[in-house]
Design a binder for this molecule. Structure first.
Ligand code: AMP
Length: 161
């Protein structure tokens, strides 16, 4: 019911489209604040209610407290109407589970997941899930800063970037 009211509000503002962010940690809150400031409609889900304190006072989206691996919580977030879902909890298993539910059960067009373990990346790609791997991104940046020593950074699929 809570989600329904919020969706109506979004429908007036953005024609019904919104982005669901799962995990309101450092990255999730930063992304949510940035998208909200840009005028995007955002729903943030976190199992720890205190995590929402990271949202800025100007955040204009919706927060839902709950474990995102539970279908009832995803239903509360009306995930099925989202244009994109971004899973950025601190747990790879949670991120892959929520990302798979978003893709397979709720047929979300764009699903992006943070992944700490680059070796799991190919599993996500099989399901059409886009991934962000902090370790790989950091290695690429270090590679740029150390041009004298080509590191030959590989992504999770063993491809050299
Ligand atoms: P950080 O480590 O700063 O990226 O924060 C990760 C966030 O993910 C924390 O706020 C956690 O409470 C949240 N989180 C972890 N597992 C879940 C889950 N199953 N459902 C919703 N949020 C979660």
């Amino acid at each position: 019911m809570k989600g329904m009211i919020l969706t109506e509000k979004f429908a007036v503002k953005k024609g019904g489209g919104y982005i669901v962010i799962v995990g309101c940690g450092r990255l999730g809150a930063y992304l949510a604040n940035t998208l909200s400031n840009l005028g995007e409609s955002v729903i943030v889900v976190d199992k720890d209610e205190s995590a929402f304190r990271k949202l800025s006072p100007s955040f204009g989206g919706i927060v839902i407290a709950g474990d995102a691996t539970e279908i009832t919580v995803l239903n509360d977030a009306e995930i099925e109407k989202a244009t994109a879902v971004v899973t950025v909890t601190n747990n790879d298993n949670t991120n892959i589970m929520v990302a798979q539910l978003a893709k397979e059960i709720f047929s979300i067009g764009q699903v992006i997941a943070r992944l700490y373990d680059p070796e799991c990346e190919c599993v996500y790609h099989e399901f059409g899930i886009e991934t962000i791997c902090p370790a790989v991104l950091s290695m690429k940046e270090i590679d740029k800063l150390l041009p004298a020593i080509p590191l030959g950074v590989m992504d999770g699929e063993g491809e050299t970037e």
